[in-house]
Design a protein around this ligand. Structure first.
Ligand code: ADP
Ligand code: ADP
Length: 215
């Protein structure tokens, strides 16, 4: 399956991608995770992207499109993928159309995860992320594991710089201005499935599961 996740920052895309992988083995491709890895390793891409990420701005389209082009060449995505955090602008979505048609493949569904802004602030300000496995947790709704009990080695939990309240509001505004227009873009292609993202992790996954079972 070839899927896209759209939804505001903190809607639960990463969390649900993990549950989708557990059941369907569809590999998540998160542009945010790739960018943060590049920042950590101080690559050229990381140096270019760092300032945009820490101010909560979008990294320029040409940089992101080149990055995705390279990623999608990886044979592990040959049978499918779940794009998380890409596309985020209309030019990125248009570039993806070209990439996919060159690969001779089509999108199966665009999952739109809907969560109101007030809930987003609560989720992102309590989010904690693991440096080693990229999983996200929440101090109240999904507490991080004790490092000693972590099933993937020692979890190294931290709070992302861009998960501070001031940057969260900026990112939400950018979502509404630049990313939300993708909803119409993909609705016109008849690809959008809406998911109510406000329930528990399991309730949200049940909705996604019933969509994927029909594909
Ligand atoms: P995204 O990938 O869309 O930015 P995450 O999956 O990282 O979002 O989730 C953002 C925060 O909200 C995390 O702290 C996560 O634990 C929490 N979260 C995710 N889904 C839910 C949910 N259904 N209910 C409550 N909190 C959630
Ligand atoms: P979240 O889901 O919490 O918004 P991500 O991990 O998807 O966070 O993205 C973190 C940051 O990485 C974004 O705020 C932006 O600076 C950059 N980024 C990730 N994906 C893209 C993209 N497709 N286009 C531009 N910038 C991106």
């Amino acid at each position: 399956m070839r899927l896209i996740f759209i939804g505001p920052p903190g809607a639960g895309k990463g969390t649900q991608s993990e549950l989708i992988y557990s059941k369907y083995r569809i590999i998540q491709l998160s542009t945010g995770d790739i960018l943060r890895l590049n920042v950590k390793e101080k690559t050229e891409l990381g140096k270019q992207a760092n300032e945009f990420i820490s101010f909560g701005k979008l990294v320029p389209d040409d940089i992101i499109i080149n990055m995705i082009k390279e990623e999608l060449d990886d044979p592990k995505f040959k049978n499918g993928f779940l794009l998380d955090g890409f596309p985020r602008t209309i030019p990125q979505a248009e570039a993806l159309d070209v990439l996919l048609s060159n690969l001779n493949v089509k999108l199966d569904k665009v999952l739109l995860l809907e969560v109101p802004d007030t809930e987003i602030v609560t989720r992102l300000s309590g989010r904690r992320t693991c440096r080693t496995c990229n999983r996200t947790f929440h101090i109240v709704f999904n507490p991080p594991p004790n490092p000693a009990d972590c099933d993937r080695g020692i979890c190294d939990i931290y709070q992302r710089d861009d998960d501070k309240e001031e940057t969260i509001l900026k990112r939400l505004q950018i979502y509404h201005n630049q990313t939300a227009p993708l909803i119409d873009f993909y609705t016109n292609k008849n690809l959008v499935a809406k998911i109510n993202g406000t329930g528990t992790l399991e309730e949200v996954f049940q909705q996604i599961d019933s969509i994927l079972m029909q594909l």
